[in-house]
Design a protein around this ligand. Sequence first.
Ligand SMILES: NC(=O)c1ccc[n+]([C@@H]2O[C@H](COP(=O)([O-])OP(=O)(O)OC[C@H]3O[C@@H](n4cnc5c(N)ncnc54)[C@H](O)[C@@H]3O)[C@@H](O)[C@H]2O)c1
Length: 259
Amino acid sequence: MKLQGCSAVVTGGASGLGEATARALAAEGVKVALFDLNRERGEAVAAEIGGILCEADITDDASVDAAFARARAANGQERILVNCAGRGNSFKTAGRNKETGAIEQFPIDAFEKIILLNIVGTFRCITKAAAGMMTLDPLEDGERGVIVNTASVAAEDGQMGQAAYASSKAAIVGLTLPVARDLMREGIRVNAILPGIFNTPLFATAKPQVKEALAANVPFPKRLGEAHEFASLALEMCRNTYFNGEDVRLDGALRMGPR
Ligand SMILES: NC(=O)c1ccc[n+]([C@@H]2O[C@H](COP(=O)([O-])OP(=O)(O)OC[C@H]3O[C@@H](n4cnc5c(N)ncnc54)[C@H](O)[C@@H]3O)[C@@H](O)[C@H]2O)c1
């Protein structure tokens, strides 16, 4: 797909991997709408890249509908959707409190929140974008649109405490092929990226020693990934029409240990 002149929606576009992707798309002449909860950062990024912020909570159907309506009124129907909004939490399935020794369980509401955000929220944006893309005229090869989702290496090697996060990200991997098959007759492609450990605001509060220890575990290159490296793969997934139904790790050969 030729990117120049297309319209794109990037969820989580106010920060980190989404922000870098929004910047890279805008640099290619794409009209970008950021869907994000963070109004202040979203507006700042949108102003810098000549895009718009559509303040949205991807866990809320009405909020996402309003954001798509706003994005389409400003930029036209999107041909590109990049889903980056997401987060994790950390609880053992069942464990002992370090101080008191009391047995504690993973709080189910905390588990549900991660599932509702990472997988249900992502799928909500996919269905609404795909329905919109179906109204577009086909390009070369009959292509109408492309969707890039963000999973995590935790989908395959989730660590201690990551039951909710890892299973939500495994679900992103699990939907790639069936959704690509659902949309194949409409010329809409679907791929997912499984990032390793990336230097984003997610790690802003981590101590330098923690970042160094994480970097030391990466076989090569021995550092955290940079958001522009994620953006580069996301853009290749958009450009390359033969890229479809794939889940790709981007991790410097990292395989996460149990903790
Ligand atoms: N950074 C990493 O090392 C890493 C590794 C693997 C996977 N990931 C995944 O990549 C994605 C982006 O991570 P990041 O590091 O850029 O994080 P980040 O915290 O820098 O950015 C996430 C953005 O999503 C937005 N967001 C959160 N909940 C939202 C909601 N309900 N509705 C709309 N927007 C919402 C936040 O406001 C934020 O701007 C996440 O899905 C994360 O799980 C990150």
